[in-house]
Design a binder for this molecule. Structure first.
Ligand SMILES: [Zn+2]
Length: 307
C-alpha cells in the first residue's frame, strides 16, 4: 500500500464524460470516486440528493458517516460554502488579500473532509474529485495541491465543445434529476464561454505542474479505450488491466458512490459508447457560435469544423 495518497482531479468542462471516466476508474479496488466533491456543501442544503448507489446521500452507507464528521466540524455550512467559493472560484486573485486569513478555516475543513473520505471508503490510495475547472472551481486543483499532503494529479478531460453545448442546451442536470424546469438562459453562449474558460483553467495547472497533468479526449476514450486507459495507467502508476478487460468485452461498469454529476452515475448497465447526437441535432447557428469563440482551442485539440 502507498504511504502517500493521491487526488485524481478531473479537470475541464462539465458534460465532457467525467461521470463515465470516473466510474471506470472507480471500479478499481484502490480508487474511490467521490463525484463532484466541490458540490458537497451545497448538496447538504437539499434533502433529495442521491448518491450513485441509489440512496439519498444522508442515508448512503459511506456518505452519511462522512457528513456526520464534517457537520460536527463546521459550525455554519453556509459560511463554509461561501469561503469555499471565494477561494476556489475565478475571483480568488481579486480577493486574495482579504481572504488569506480564511485559508486556515478552509484548510481545516478540506483536511477533515479528505481524512474522513479515506477512513470511510476503505482506505483507498486514490480519491477522485471530478469537480472540473469551471468558473466556480477553476483554482480548486491548485488549492488542494497547496493545502493537502497529497499529490493532486489532474486528468484534463476534453470533449468536442459542440457535444458539450448540445448537452448543456438540454438543461441543468440537477434540475432534470428533480423533475424541475431545467432550461438555462443563454445556454449556448454560456456553454461555449464556459468550455473555453474551463479548459484554459486545466492548462493553467499544466503550466505550473506539467508532471501532474495528463490530457484525454472523450472521443478517444470511447473509441480507443485500451490505448487511453494505458495512458492513464502510466500517469497514475496503477494497473487498470481489469478495467480494460471490462471495456473490451463491453461489460457493464459497476456502480460506485458518486455525488453530483450526470444521470449516468445511476445507470446500472452502463456500457461505453460515443454520444454523437449533437452532430445531427445541433443547429448550424450554434455550431458557428462555437467556432467563433472557441476555434483556437478546438483546432489545438484536433477537432474538425466539418464533422
Ligand atoms: Zn452511496
Amino acid at each position: 500500500m502507498r504511504q502517500r495518497k493521491s487526488i485524481v482531479y478531473i479537470a475541464g468542462y462539465g458534460r465532457s464524460g467525467s461521470t463515465l471516466l470516473e466510474r471506470i476508474l472507480n471500479s478499481h479496488d484502490q480508487v474511490f470516486g467521490t463525484g463532484e466533491l466541490a458540490s458537497l456543501l451545497s448538496l447538504l442544503k437539499d434533502d433529495l440528493v442521491y448518491c450513485s448507489c441509489g440512496q439519498p446521500i444522508q442515508k448512503c452507507s459511506i456518505w452519511r458517516m462522512i457528513i456526520s464528521v464534517i457537520k460536527k466540524k463546521i459550525d455554519n455550512k453556509n459560511n463554509m460554502s461561501k469561503i469555499q467559493f471565494q477561494i476556489e472560484s475565478i475571483f480568488f486573485p481579486l480577493r486574495f488579500l482579504f481572504i488569506s486569513r480564511k485559508l486556515e478555516t478552509y484548510k481545516n475543513f478540506i483536511i477533515t473532509l479528505l481524512k474522513s473520505i479515506i477512513k470511510y471508503s476503505g482506505n483507498p490510495d486514490f480519491i477522485i474529485d471530478s469537480s472540473k475547472t469551471a468558473r466556480n472551481t477553476i483554482f480548486r486543483p491548485f488549492i488542494l495541491n497547496k493545502v493537502l499532503d497529497m499529490d493532486v494529479k489532474v486528468i484534463h478531460l476534453v470533449r468536442d465543445g459542440r457535444g458539450c453545448m448540445w448537452s448543456y442546451l438540454k438543461g441543468s442536470n440537477r434540475k432534470i434529476e428533480k423533475g424541475e424546469n431545467a432550461k438555462i438562459p443563454f445556454a449556448a453562449l454560456r456553454a461555449v464561454l464556459g468550455w473555453v474558460l474551463s479548459n484554459m483553467g486545466a492548462h493553467l495547472y499544466q503550466l505550473f505542474y506539467p508532471n501532474k497533468y495528463c490530457r484525454i479526449r472523450y472521443e478517444d476514450l470511447v473509441d480507443f479505450p485500451t490505448r487511453e486507459m494505458k495512458k492513464i495507467e502510466e500517469f497514475l502508476g496503477i494497473d487498470f488491466n481489469k478495467q480494460i478487460e471490462i471495456l473490451k468485452r463491453n461489460c457493464p461498469i459497476p456502480l460506485g458512490h458518486q455525488i453530483a454529476g450526470n444521470r449516468l452515475r445511476f445507470q446500472k448497465l452502463l456500457i461505453i459508447n460515443n454520444d454523437l447526437e449533437w452532430q445531427q441535432k445541433l443547429s448550424i447557428f450554434h455550431k458557428l457560435l462555437f467556432w467563433f469563440f472557441a476555434w483556437p482551442l478546438a483546432i489545438f485539440y484536433g477537432y474538425k469544423f466539418k464533422s
